[in-house]
Design a protein around this ligand. Structure first.
Ligand SMILES: O=C(O)c1cc(=O)[nH]c(=O)n1[C@@H]1O[C@H](COP(=O)(O)O)[C@@H](O)[C@H]1O
Length: 236
């Protein structure tokens, strides 16, 4: 689906990086209709978040399960098949070819769409060098994105900094999903490759993953409304 066909509200994915289901539930209730799409990642999954994922799907919200699978193919295929039952919209896997092919094999006929995490937004070129990679962030993102497309993956997780260069390379059908979104003035914390929501939309991103700028705000609903307004304006 082309980005222009996705409603601005559905393009904003709020990361429920919270320590308990109780707090996550309260956040969802407080955000109300402002937010239609939630990401449940490691922290909440490990504190009982999977039943909440089912519940949110039943309530008509979209759910992104950010489990970042990476294991031997048999394990990844079987884990993906389990996640496919939950009714989530997106699942992340690391962008290694064995892992991506194995995840695609586990989808069965489900509507779950797979996203491949290319290079974490907390990494820069120096971090990659330190980890033993010869490629720059940009070149590794491009290489892994092309491999992901070849493996039948639906979308790529990358930073908005690479989105504009990547779009013509991967074509219009691969979803570009970007964390590392920071409204101007908000602290970067552990993120190194960041962009404002408006600039990310202008760079051709399909979905924006936003955690702390909403969940740590004094008034999360007001923060989400301001982010949505910026996305709507940039997408218009
Ligand atoms: O896969 C992800 O969602 C992800 C990939 C990545 O490269 N960087 C990244 O920050 N994320 C996730 O996106 C969210 C960003 O949160 P904030 O930095 O609080 O907005 C967190 O839940 C991260 O786990």
């Amino acid at each position: 689906m082309l980005a222009s066909a996705i409603s601005p509200r559905d393009r904003m994915i709020v990361a429920l990086d919270l320590p308990s289901v109780k707090e996550a539930r309260a956040m969802v209730d407080g955000l109300g209709d402002t937010v239609s799409f939630y990401k449940i990642g490691m922290e909440l999954t490990y504190s009982g978040g999977l039943p909440l994922a089912r519940e949110l799907v039943r309530e008509g919200k979209k759910v992104f399960l950010d489990l970042k699978l990476h294991d031997i193919p048999n394990t990844v295929t079987r884990a993906t098949a389990q996640v496919a039952e939950l009714g989530a919209t997106f699942l992340t896997v690391h962008a290694y070819q064995q892992t991506m092919r194995a995840a695609v094999a586990g989808l069965g006929g489900s509507k779950l769409r797979l996203l491949a995490v290319t290079v974490l937004t907390s990494y820069d070129d120096a971090d990659l060098r330190e980890a033993g990679f010869a490629l720059s962030v940009r070149d590794l993102v491009i290489k892994r994105s092309l491999q992901a497309r070849e493996c039948g993956i639906d979308g790529i997780v990358l930073s908005a900094e690479e989105a504009e260069a990547l779009r013509p390379i991967v074509g219009p059908d691969v979803l570009l999903v970007t964390p590392g979104i920071r409204p101007s003035g908000f602290e970067l914390a552990d993120q190194k490759r960041v962009m404002t929501p408006g600039r990310a939309i202008a760079a051709g991103v399909d979905y924006l993953v936003i955690g702390r700028p909403v969940t740590q705000a004094k008034d999360p609903k007001a923060a989400a409304e301001a982010l949505l307004a910026e996305i709507e304006q940039a997408a218009a």
